[in-house]
Design a binder for this molecule. Sequence first.
Ligand SMILES: [Zn+2]
Length: 305
Amino acid sequence: MFSVEAPTRPAGATPSELVPSRYALQVGDIDVLVVSDGVLPLPTATMATNVDPAELANWLQRNFLPPDMFDWPLNVMVARSGQQTILVDAGLGSQFPGFPRAGQFPRRLEDAGIPLETVTDVVVTHMHMDHVGGLLAAGVKERLRPDVRIHVARAEVDFWTQPDFTHTDMPKPVPNVLRSTAKSFADTYRDNLCIFEERHEVAPGVVVRLTGGHTEGHSVVDLSSKGEWLTFAGDAMFPVGFENPGWHNGFEHDPVASASVRRGLFEQLADNGGLLVAAHLPFPSVGRVAREGDAFRYVPVIWDF
Ligand SMILES: [Zn+2]
């Protein structure tokens, strides 16, 4: 299990946060830590682009959420298997001025006793800025090992050489920033990329597999050990998706395929009872999926510390 003891700090260092924003669990022999990178305020309209706005307004009201802007949760995950420490996604980074509350993960990992220098592998579910931006934040590359392996699907790297935004519905400045961030990620880490086609076992019981949908090379990470399962679903689902798996999200490059990927993952998790973690579910974002008529219901795990 990950140590929960606070590491010793040099004099003058900032004290640990009141809310450490990390959640540790085990999947068989694999140690797992979910870390909040912070939140991203975004227009609620992006959460359902193919339904009557009144339907979304009703959902927001029933969930005690504000009508216009919503603080999207943003989570990353660390898995330790064998001798490897694997970071799954890297959050937004603190370099984007509109999002002052994101970019928290490096400090929070450090507080958990996992400095960036100890990461052997990074898995990138996709190359959107809120998943790779953290790797481009000041000082991060310098602290990562020069031989760190960064696993990403070939379809994702190819997609960003000529990304298609025709089916997305994002706030106006976003596509250009997504393009430039993805390009800068690919340039900065060119020598570290470990490109896979469909599926790759990163470490014992840690498998990344291509789903497509959200982006052409979007992938999820399955952990399995001693009969226990956990899937890190990246951006295959958002909080609205359990009750409304068919709702399109404005950030999906292929919303129809995304809806089918989402439904498929929900069905699989409802059948095998595995744990679900996703980038944009409320922290600690660890739960299960139950069927509810034609749709699904999220069942959070019980805090057991
Ligand atoms: Zn995202």
